[in-house]
Design a protein. Structure first.
Length: 395
């Protein structure tokens, strides 16, 4: 049944700084209808599960997940093929304290998988002609102290910026850092770069925190409002939002736990967005996945830039594009993906783009074995026992 895995967004005008985008988190004044994107919402379709072969496959997946639950998995999974949902399940508790169960409406912290959406925001601005990927970052963030670092280098983790999570201490006089705070720390302290820009790859959360600030600088909007207006709402991603730790969590939002069900509290970096901080559901992530095939959200030529490798200092199939990890196999198979881990949340988002085959796994109770699930699902769906195509098993 399954094969071997082998335009422009219309944003007529962004609201610039004069749109009263305040720093207190309030939405700016709504734009006129002419400023709205003109592509439609993504409607989810489902595979015909009455077919004998499909029934057998679903039985095998259900059997697999019974074992995962016994091993501690708590979360949701969605598998899509050729634009239709093949398998969708919800397991366990989204909020242990209230007894709330995981459901299609449960919103879970995407952790680093948020980077794919932050990248999407930058690529939208690029397609609109509001930035060039090879522009220096300081063109948009005037107090950014590194003149040789470009937007592209932030996207592909070749900037050399040290990871703020590893060297910034707790804030004084406040509970949470903001993106403005992190930018200010880099501007004033000017920490030494880990290497000369564009000479090697090193994954750093600082890159995507800066990209969120670039979005704000260009659009004149707060990052959360921009994402809602130009990505989430147009695509119908109704269960997706950018987290604000100073607001109350919704009843449909999953809490995160360690592997012993102890609640993982918010901490001082939870106010920084772009590198993490987006909450979503498996259905909404599938809408994001499917929107990227249409060419209406982001130009196909721009996606080709995003989905190509940029780092060749080390041999191997693993590489990084513009906000996406990837596996490039000698036989031409390319897998675009991103995992995530923040507090007790583990996420997997795998896109076998040559076959429109997608695996999405979200968990809110720490369980590192989640990262092995895509490989096991791949073997089940493809009917293979070997690992001729080996997926990544780490965040």
């Amino acid at each position: 049944m399954f094969q071997r895995l082998i335009k422009t967004l219309f944003i007529s005008s962004f609201l610039i700084a004069s749109t009263s985008c305040s720093l207190n988190g309030k939405d700016p004044k709504p734009a006129s209808p002419d400023g709205e994107p003109r592509f439609g919402k993504v409607n989810i379709q489902y595979t015909d599960t009455t077919l004998p072969a499909t029934k057998q496959l679903i039985y095998r997946l259900d059997t697999f997940y019974k074992r995962q639950i016994s091993a501690g998995f708590n979360g949701s999974v969605l598998i899509g093929y050729k634009g239709k949902v093949l398998y969708e399940r919800y397991f366990g508790l989204s909020q242990k304290e209230s007894g709330a169960q995981w459901s299609p409406q449960t919103q879970s912290q995407l952790a680093s998988t948020s980077k794919t959406l932050t990248s999407g925001a930058i690529l939208l601005l690029k397609d609109k002609g509001l930035l060039d990927l090879d522009d220096p970052v300081m063109k948009y963030l005037t107090n950014f102290p590194y003149p040789d670092i470009t937007i592209r280098m932030l996207l592909n983790h070749r900037s050399g910026l040290p990871d703020y999570i590893k060297f910034v201490g707790k804030p004084i006089g406040k509970m949470f850092y903001s993106n403005d705070d992190i930018l200010s720390i880099f501007a004033t302290k000017k920490p030494k770069l880990n290497f000369t820009p564009n000479t090697k790859f090193t994954y750093s959360n600082s890159n995507f925190a800066m990209l969120a600030s670039v979005v704000e600088s260009i659009s004149g909007m707060k990052f959360d409002y921009f994402m809602r207006r130009f990505v989430f709402t147009p695509l119908g991603m109704d269960c997706t939002f950018v987290f604000n730790p100073e607001k109350d969590m919704e009843c449909t939002t999953s809490f995160c736990y360690n592997n012993n069900w102890a609640l993982e509290p918010n901490m001082h970096f939870d106010g920084v967005m772009g590198d993490k901080g987006i909450y979503s559901s498996v259905r909404d992530l599938y809408k994001w996945d499917q929107a990227l095939y249409s060419g209406k959200l982001i130009k196909q030529s721009t996606l080709e830039e995003a989905f190509k490798p940029y780092s060749f200092e080390k041999p191997g199939v693993k590489n990084y594009g513009l906000g996406w990890r990837m596996l490039n196999y000698p036989d031409g198979v390319k897998i675009i993906y991103h995992n995530g881990w923040w507090h007790g949340n583990n996420t997997c988002f795998y896109r076998f783009i040559q076959d429109n085959f997608t695996i999405i796994v979200l968990g809110n109770k720490f369980n590192k074995s989640i990262y092995r699930q895509p490989q096991q699902i791949y073997n089940i769906v493809m009917g293979v026992a070997d690992k001729s195509t080996e997926l990544d098993t780490e965040e």
